[in-house]
Write a protein of this length. Structure first.
Length: 147
């Protein structure tokens, strides 16, 4: 077999292999994550919010040293970057003001209030559901504990 024909056959085999890996989205949520990925039920606790919101949704952007506005939301550091930390966009508000969800900038951002600077979060993705927003608000209302 000549080299050109071998190369073409190899190219066809590779393209067929790549095409067989492409799915139709079945079994994935709106963010491309496998359905049922989180093993933590949605509840107004940090562990639940981390597992169901921060990690699968927010850390698509808010991760590492280059996280927007210094707000990394990875597991183990999200709370310290939120609670009693002034918002960069609106320094008169805390990102999370324990016990006061209506005075917490993160709530303003995920609800898309008109007074926010920049865009509603999660940026470029489907807004959080009422249930997800209620979980964040409930966690903050309960004191934004590390639970």
């Amino acid at each position: 077999m000549n080299i050109k024909r071998s190369r073409n056959l190899l190219l066809v085999a590779c393209m067929t292999g790549i095409a067989s890996c492409v799915g139709d989205g079945t079994g994935l949520d709106d963010f491309g994550n496998p359905l049922g990925q989180s093993q933590v039920a949605l509840a107004p606790t940090l562990a639940s919010i981390q597992a169901n919101i921060f990690t699968p949704i927010c850390t698509k952007c808010h991760i590492g040293a280059s996280a927007p506005l210094g707000l990394a939301l990875a597991d183990g550091i999200a709370r310290q970057n939120l609670v009693f930390v002034s918002s960069v966009e609106m320094p008169e508000l805390m990102r999370v003001n324990p016990g006061k969800p209506d005075s917490s900038y993160i709530v303003w951002k995920i609800e898309g209030r008109s007074a926010i600077m920049g865009a509603r979060m999660p940026f470029g993705l489907t807004p959080l559901s009422t249930e997800e927003i209620d979980a964040v608000r409930g966690w903050i209302a309960a004191g934004a504990l590390e639970n």
